[in-house]
Design a protein around this ligand. Structure first.
Ligand code: PRP
Length: 178
């Protein structure tokens, strides 16, 4: 375990099992219909890379980046669009892929932006959800794991851009960010 962590929340085996379970649900629900995967940068890239390789329907891929201001451990609620997708959403099954829902402000903004562009459906798949921290009214359609209100890093999740490349998800020690 990395020295800055106080414990491991999801070992890599548990992540892999959660990803496979989500892929099974998606393969079953979309039943071979094509999907446009919208990956929310940067945190979701590891999750998306693993999940998309287990999907069996035709998949196209696009990226979006929405940043909350500041580099602290709590988001400010102010969200800005830094990168938009280039795909035309008309008639498409859109699957938003996110690593974590915290306040929900990021996904609230993204879902609203994408919902007005003529998609057939807009679904949300998140690996993690911290329901205690919710500010915006939003829920995922597919959730890997509900987690307690702890600062988690690894498998794409960062603190101040660090720890993204850990292959497990851990709880950051308070001494690192307090
Ligand atoms: C993180 C995470 C989610 C968002 C969740 O992204 O990847 O997109 O915060 O928080 P919220 O529910 O409170 O909005 P961040 O904006 O830190 O960018 P990153 O993915 O590049 O780390």
């Amino acid at each position: 375990m990395h020295k800055d962590l106080k414990s491991i929340l999801m070992p890599k085996e548990e992540i892999a099992a959660a990803v496979s379970q989500l892929a099974d649900q998606l393969n079953n629900d979309f039943n071979g219909e094509p999907v446009l995967a919208v990956v929310i940068l940067k945190g979701s890239m590891f999750f998306a890379a693993d999940l998309l390789r287990e999907l069996t329907m035709p998949v196209t891929l696009d990226f979006m980046k929405v940043s909350s201001y500041g580099s602290g451990s709590a988001s400010s609620g102010a969200v800005k669009l830094a990168l938009d997708i280039s795909a035309d959403l008309t008639g498409q099954n859109v699957l938003i892929i996110e690593d974590i829902i915290d306040s929900g402000n990021t996904l609230f903004k993204i879902r609203n932006l994408l919902s007005n562009r003529g998609a057939k459906c807009v679904k949300i798949c998140t690996l993690l959800d911290k329901p205690e921290r919710r500010e915006a009214k939003i829920e995922a359609d597919y959730t890997g794991k509900f987690i307690p209100n702890e600062f988690v890093v690894g498998y794409g999740l960062d603190y101040d851009e660090r720890y993204r490349n850990l292959d497990y998800i851990g709880i950051l020690d308070e001494s690192v960010y307090s």
